[in-house]
Design a protein around this ligand. Structure first.
Ligand code: HEC
Length: 122
């Protein structure tokens, strides 16, 4: 008896949960997305650190992969050129094998800019 009475509530609960999820997703879009350096650090540690040194110290695990400090401190490197490079996945060395969404690229670039040396080392 009680079971037949509670049954109709199940779809309602599901719908309410979906609505709640939808509400979360929508409130996130109120502010335009900006590259988030903390998120970029997580992506770097998760997806890039197996080959690249992704923080201020250390050497790359993969001898062929430049450290992120080297990349961002390279003469002429700008946030724009790095963004363009990362968005053009066909430039990647085949061994890199990563796929990045544009918002992940923005976050990675925001993070990598933090690795830039304060002073000119010349
Ligand atoms: C499986 C190893 C591997 C992984 C994982 C990897 N890379 Fe690389 N990456 C390389 C190698 C090797 C090179 C150097 C290729 C060359 O110089 O020809 C490179 C080069 C680069 C360069 C330098 C391009 C330039 O101007 O020379 C950037 C920037 C870069 N990777 C970013 C990333 C990012 C961001 C991630 C994570 C999302 C990542 N890589 C993950 C192996 C990897």
């Amino acid at each position: 008896m009680a079971v037949t009475k509670t049954n109709p509530a199940v779809p309602f609960t599901l719908a309410a949960m979906l609505l709640a999820l939808g509400a979360c997703a929508t409130s996130g879009t109120d502010a335009p997305y900006e590259g988030n350096a903390s998120m970029g650090m997580l992506i770097a540690r998760d997806s890039c650190a197996s080959c690249h040194a992704v923080s201020l110290g250390g050497e790359s695990p993969n001898d062929h992969a430049p450290t992120f400090r080297e990349v961002i401190n390279r003469p002429g490197m700008t946030a724009d050129s790095l963004t363009a490079w990362l968005n053009e996945a066909h430039n990647y060395p085949t061994e890199m094998g990563v796929h990045l969404e544009p918002h992940q690229v923005d976050s990675l670039v925001a993070y990598m800019l933090r690795l830039r040396s304060e002073q000119d080392e010349s």
